[in-house]
Design a protein around this ligand. Structure first.
Ligand code: ADP
Ligand code: MG
Length: 372
């Protein structure tokens, strides 16, 4: 497994059309160039770059293969990183409005059931959990409302002997269909935003994590894996702003957890024997078993196109470039190994090809998705 890093540049919003753009494409594929009016230009290369004109579809088609490797038994973590307002939530959740453009999470929920239906010799089951990490506290987004407010059931992070991470008391709901999954997911998203009085403000200072536990049974064997989809809190440096009180505390918590994540990543990069999955950071503890050897991580770094944001943009691109240099271990061999020409591989490839040719996936009911 390893860490792959994609970069997405947000388009200028209609309210910003006047601003000067500080980030552009170059002739080299998957490279971005950062330049300010006076300064020297710097280039950054990633595994994939999505420029301002890219669509949710473009992003998801590059993410799809890693979703498939979660179904094949790898622990996978996909996380959106970047300054507030650069489009992390847009990429992960999507846009709720007149135009429907669902993001990675709703598309993944759809894709899991679609892929599972193609392979009838293998039986998949999925369980959904959602949680928020805010100033070091966990909040279970799928727990019944009364339970969320009472403090009797605290979520604790436990380390199992096998090195896997468990979260005590976290609600896990078996999902049987894509429509049920969407219903639950929407409920979790609403639960996140209704808890805080100033929803947008606070959501940028918390991490939102969606976990799908995947179990796969084939014959007498089975394997289990986890897929984490994470919308991280904004990475801006709060200390530079004149934040005070509550805002400052929130900023410190975010800075601490993102820097703990950075430490884990750089220790992995340098192949250090000790990886600092900090006891003080809930985020790195939760993601621990998805950041080690035998797991796959995808970081989606988001940046603003505006020249005035160049300071933050450079920080985010630097963090992401360091992450990109990592190889977490060897690629794990596929759990199931079939002959390339086994009848169902051939049949499934054919079915997949037909359904794509006919655009079946596009018909899978996006329009009703985001409307209540
Ligand atoms: P973040 O979660 O990083 O704070 P948001 O996802 O809330 O940022 O995005 C900020 C604003 O920019 C939102 O109004 C969002 O709809 C818009 N936006 C972000 N990315 C895109 C995009 N690729 N295309 C169109 N609008 C976008
Ligand atoms: Mg957000």
């Amino acid at each position: 497994g390893n860490i792959r890093v994609f970069c997405r540049v947000r388009p200028l919003l209609s309210s910003e059309q006047q601003g000067r753009v500080g980030i552009v494409a170059t002739d080299v594929p998957n490279q971005v160039q950062v330049s300010s009016s006076g300064g020297k230009a710097r280039n950054y290369l990633f595994d994939k770059v999505f420029h301002a004109a890219s669509l949710q579809d473009d992003v998801f088609s590059e993410v799809e293969p890693i979703i498939r490797s979660a179904m094949d038994g790898s622990n996978v973590c996909i996380f959106a990183y970047g300054q507030t307002g650069t489009g992390k939530t847009f990429t992960m959740v999507g846009f709720e409005g007149s135009q429907d453009c669902p993001g990675i999470v709703p598309r993944t929920l759809q894709q899991l059931f679609f892929d599972a239906s193609l392979d009838t010799t293998v039986e998949y089951s999925f369980k959904l959990s959602m949680l928020e990490v805010y100033r070091g506290c966990l909040r279970d987004l799928l727990a019944p409302r009364q339970q969320q407010q009472s403090s009797s059931k605290r979520q604790e992070i436990l380390m199992a002997g096998s090195g896997s991470t468990e979260i005590e008391n976290l609600t896990e709901i078996p999902i049987k269909s894509a429509s049920q999954a969407r219903y639950l997911y929407r409920k979790g998203v609403r639960s996140r935003s209704t808890c805080w009085t100033t929803a947008n403000e606070t959501s940028s200072r918390s991490h939102c994590l969606v976990r799908i536990n995947i179990t796969c049974n084939y014959g007498k064997q089975s394997h289990a894996s986890k897929l984490w989809l994470v919308d991280l809190g904004g990475s801006e440096r709060f200390f530079k702003t004149q934040a005070q009180g509550q805002t400052l505390e929130e900023g410190k918590a975010i800075n601490a957890s993102l820097s703990a994540l950075g430490d884990v990543i750089s220790a992995l990069q340098r192949k250090q024997p000790h990886i600092p999955y900090s006891r003080n950071s809930k985020l790195t503890q939760i993601l621990r078993d998805c950041l080690g050897k035998d797991s796959k991580a995808l970081m989606l770094v988001h940046v603003s196109p505006k020249e005035e944001d160049l300071g933050e943009t450079t920080c985010s691109l630097g963090f992401a470039s360091r992450a990109r240099a990592i190889h977490l271990g060897r690629d794990i061999s596929p759990v199931r190994s079939y002959s390339l020409f086994s009848p169902f591989i051939v049949l499934n490839s054919f079915l997949l090809w037909i359904s794509r040719a006919q655009g079946t996936r596009e018909q899978l009911a996006w329009p009703t998705f985001w409307r209540r």
